[in-house]
Ligand binder design. Structure first.
Ligand SMILES: Cc1ncc(COP(=O)(O)O)c(C=O)c1O
Length: 384
């Protein structure tokens, strides 16, 4: 065992947890929604407790120390320089996407995104009256690849490319070469890029995340990057999302919109948690990544050997495993939920391109994963 007890099974029931309490999950093992079942890094808990010991929770501002911590983190981990003085803060990445669209585009403009698509992207775009075109990824032997001709066609009609990097739900970590080609097409069609890099700290060994910001000397000038501590440190809904516009004009325009709406100040506990995470959470993250990778390798081996009708997509990043169930011949929900009592996410939630796929969240203790495997095997024997 490492320094942190990731094997511990923590009961999340009756904690208002969306994963465990929101849907009727009786008898189910909950493997849906993207948060982790691991206790957060101890320095985060300590920092929150320490702040709670001071009994006044009035208006607070975000200290420069937090922006510096974020900048230092990305410089060290991803080799990218984000100017701490040119970051904006917001409640969540999804709402920040809507805000950036409101600030930098016009009603009726079109946004291209890859499909299958993280399910909260379409409402974030349609909600502010922008249109969507989908660029379908191609599943080549459990590895999703970009159809550049189609992307070219989509971008020729778009003002924005909403980049999901790494990609949820397919688990792709885009290579430099792939992103250079995306950049070429965005430049050809003068398209703004919103690069959602919320999963960029969760990269499996052997893969490397390249921030779109630094794909080429030019990309920064038309890119707004979104990052957040929420996926990295298991702080969903308790975090602060950072909007990083690549040039001054975009920065000023987004800031003006935020000021109009009196947005930007954050809950003191969120700020405290995120500061502790970026300053003192690295050791914890360094244990979580290989633990999740081992979960993935274990499930992959098991499914390859025992459930041949399901194919496992390579999980290069994120902690979300994307399963190709097209050969099952029955609805995915019947297999996973009704029979196996394992609650992940039906691929159709990620749009038509996700039909007959299923997503499982692997950020759970080994004991839970083992139980899931037993249930899947039993269900498979029952049905086939
Ligand atoms: C690609 C992507 N962006 C954004 C989010 C959600 O971010 P937030 O909770 O900050 O809106 C998720 C959550 O799963 C995600 O996968």
């Amino acid at each position: 065992m490492g320094k942190f007890d990731l094997d511990q099974v923590i009961c999340r029931e009756n904690t208002c947890s969306v994963k465990n309490d929101y849907r009727n999950c009786e008898d189910m093992i909950c493997m849906w929604v993207a948060d982790m079942d691991f206790a957060v890094a101890p320095p985060i808990v300590e920092a929150i407790k320490k702040r709670a010991d001071h009994p006044i929770f009035g208006y607070s501002y975000i200290p420069d120390r937090l922006f510096n911590a974020v900048s230092n983190w990305y410089e060290k981990r991803q080799g990218v320089h984000y100017n701490p003085k040119r970051m904006l803060t917001y409640y969540s990445v999804v709402s920040a996407i809507s805000l950036v669209l409101l600030s930098l585009t016009e009603e009726g403009d079109t946004v291209t995104m890859m499909a299958p698509t993280y399910m909260n992207f379409p409402p974030a775009v349609n909600g502010v009256k922008r249109n969507i075109i989908y660029n379908n990824l191609i599943d080549i032997n459990q590895h999703f690849e970009i159809d550049y001709d189609d992307l070219d066609r989509c971008l020729s009609k778009s003002k924005v490319f909403l980049h999901c990097s790494p990609h949820n739900p397919t688990g792709r970590v885009w290579t430099l070469d792939e992103q250079r080609k995306i950049a070429e097409l965005c430049e050809k069609h003068h398209v703004l890029v919103i690069s959602d890099e919320i999963h960029s700290d969760l990269i499996m060994p052997g893969f490397k995340h390249i921030p779109f910001f630094q794909v080429s000397p030019k990309t920064k000038d038309y890119t707004v990057t979104m990052i957040s501590a929420t996926k990295t440190f298991n702080l969903a809904n308790n975090g602060v999302a950072f909007i990083i516009p690549g040039n001054e004009k975009m920065y000023e325009s987004i800031k003006k919109h935020m000021e109009c709406l009196h947005l930007g100040s954050m809950n003191i506990f969120a700020t405290t948690a995120v500061l502790a995470a970026y300053e003192s959470g690295e050791e914890w993250l360094e244990e979580v990544i290989p633990y999740v990778e081992d979960n993935y390798l274990m499930i992959k081996k098991f499914i390859d050997e025992k459930i041949p009708k399901i194919k496992v997509t390579t999980m290069e990043g994120t902690y979300l495993m994307w399963l190709d169930c097209r050969n099952l011949g029955i609805p995915v929900v019947n297999f996973f939920e009704t029979t196996a009592k394992v609650l992940g996410e039906d691929g159709i939630l990620f749009g038509p391109a996700g039909q007959n796929y299923y997503r499982l969240n692997l950020a759970s203790s080994r004991l839970v994963i083992e139980k899931v495997l037993m249930r899947l095997e039993k269900a498979y024997h029952q049905l086939f």
